[in-house]
Write a protein that binds this ligand. Structure first.
Ligand SMILES: [Zn+2]
Length: 257
């Protein structure tokens, strides 16, 4: 399996390098900043073969121009549904990105919500989830609707549980604090919070993370769970009929948490 490497960038972003398991080829994911990425690639003797872009926000594409001038010949795959300067190959839901040098194909899944054109890439046991799914949380719904974001997360929840998720930010501790407010009795969540705190205390990233852990601890992926449903009803002060309504209450609750 290709190896994901997290490169901290800007204040709390991660740029990802997906490195081949048999040579020095790598793909660059969401280069919000160029300098730390170029430095990591040179230090580790890697050879970039492609750039993958999940959405158009500056903290995900701000370094793209410099990456392109450093490696002018590599393709840049990005969302067809929103404009990103520097994308050479537009992809959309159902597209497949074949990276022969990494011996990996990535399927593109549309996940509108955070932005309307947001896409994620899934292949070889890896999910490049941008600002749709975070460890213990999910992206803010800036452009789409809560319903769209809820459907996007449900689609991701259907992927294999061992999937290794590579997200765009280090938001884990704040997300888990909110998650515990929703589910104070979830023991898996309490344990996860302990582990995440220990990692951050040691200066380590809490990413990447396994999808299966999200299904046990991320409230935004647990809208069908009775405890989450009940907590959302208590917070909203009214009864909620559907998991989509639960999601919408959680998203608003988190925004002001
Ligand atoms: Zn974003």
């Amino acid at each position: 399996m290709p190896q994901p490497i997290a490169i901290p960038a800007l204040s709390d972003n991660y740029v990802w390098l997906i490195r081949s398991d048999h040579d020095n080829a790598c793909a660059i994911v969401d280069p919000g900043e160029a300098a730390p990425v170029i430095e990591a690639i040179r230090q580790q003797g890697l050879e970039p073969v492609a750039v993958l872009i999940t959405h158009r926000h500056h903290d995900h594409v701000g370094g793209l121009k410099e990456i392109r001038s450093t490696w002018p010949d590599i393709p840049v795959y990005g969302p067809a549904e929103e404009p990103v300067d520097g994308v050479t190959d537009e992809v959309k839901d159902g597209s497949r990105v074949e990276l022969d040098a990494l011996d990996a194909d990535f399927d593109v899944i549309a996940t509108p919500g955070h932005t309307l054109g947001h896409i994620v890439f899934h292949g070889r046991g890896i999910l490049l989830c941008g600002d749709t799914l975070f460890a213990g949380g999910c992206g803010r719904v800036f452009e789409g609707t809560n319903d769209q974001m809820h459907r996007a997360l449900k689609a991701l929840a259907a992927l294999p549980r061992q999937t290794i998720c590579c997200c765009g930010h280090e938001y884990t501790l704040a997300n888990l604090e909110f998650a515990r407010a929703v589910e104070p009795d979830n023991e898996d969540l309490a344990e996860r919070q302990r582990q995440a705190r220990a990692l951050r205390d040691a200066g380590e990233p809490t990413v990447p993370f396994e999808l299966g852990g999200e299904l046990r601890t991320n409230p935004f992926m647990r809208c069908d769970e009775p405890a989450v449903h009940e907590a959302a009803e208590t917070h909203a002060g009214r009864s909620l009929e559907t998991a989509a309504e639960v999601f919408a209450v959680l998203r608003d609750w988190k925004n002001s948490f």
